[in-house]
Design a protein around this ligand. Sequence first.
Ligand code: C2E
Ligand code: CA
Ligand code: CA
Ligand code: CA
Length: 280
Amino acid sequence: AKAQGRDGIILFNDELAKEVEYRLEIERKLYFALEHNEIELRYQPQFNRDQKIIGCEVLVRWNSPDLGLISPFEFVSISEKTGLIIELGNYIIEEAFKTLQAWEIMGLDLKQFSINISVRQFFHSTFLDEVKRLSDKYLNEDTRKKIIFEVTETILIEDVYRISVIINKLKQLDFSFSMDDFGTGYSSLSALREMPIEELKIDRSFVIHLGERKSDELMITTILSLAKIYDLKTVAEGIETQEQFLFLLENGCDMFQGYYFSKPLSKDHFELFYKESFSK
Ligand code: C2E
Ligand code: CA
Ligand code: CA
Ligand code: CA
């Protein structure tokens, strides 16, 4: 029973209400999901210039019995707003550390292992202590060196000095940092220069238009030369075609990730994929 002549407004309100309701539902169910093992990790292989597996990125998945598969873009950003990202983030770090240590024992030898850290998690007062605690519990010196924390340019809401203090404390423990989605946010060149990181990640949104959009090619070659200037390793994500891979290879990108090589895999599938890649 909607008032006549005001459909537009009512529709808008209805949709807004539905959206709010959906977010609240995700929020409520995410608490439950964390306690009931509905949250899982996937591992997407990363390859070097010889197309050998050298690492992976950890990606979170939530398959809710009620809501279905929910995109991490959605529930990670909701958990950022509600603060649940702290529990969720700690859970992801713990599970990821366990996996890496188990792989090390199996002889599955990766050079690097990347974990996404959201902005609120990065600045949270317990972040350093949690990483230390979990690393003491699960990792040895060798595996700790392999961990890379991926942060996005959104951390630049704070000044570079404050960010560097946090990063440097973890660097002292041998952890490394990568700037994720580089070029999609607000980072300035001076911020990049002062940031104590070792890697830049080229976002899928630039890779996707390779061969079609000259401006995106230019963006990528610019990021790659910037990385050289600042002595940063480069990883390109979202590579789906050989053409995209070859463009990145020819322009000096160090590492490659995308469906062209492999989708994100469960722990078991990653182990199989790794073994098969060495028996070829
Ligand atoms: P991201 O960090 O930029 O991760 C890369 C995304 O690109 C992943 O999406 C990955 O599955 C997808 N991808 C990789 N290669 C390809 C490809 O060739 N084609 C296509 N179409 N997609 C590709 P996903 O797993 O859905 O994650 C989305 C975003 O959610 C991530 O973007 C990240 O911002 C966030 N996220 C995922 N896992 C975590 C996590 O454990 N912690 C935090 N804080 N955020 C996470
Ligand atoms: Ca990432
Ligand atoms: Ca990202
Ligand atoms: Ca991205």
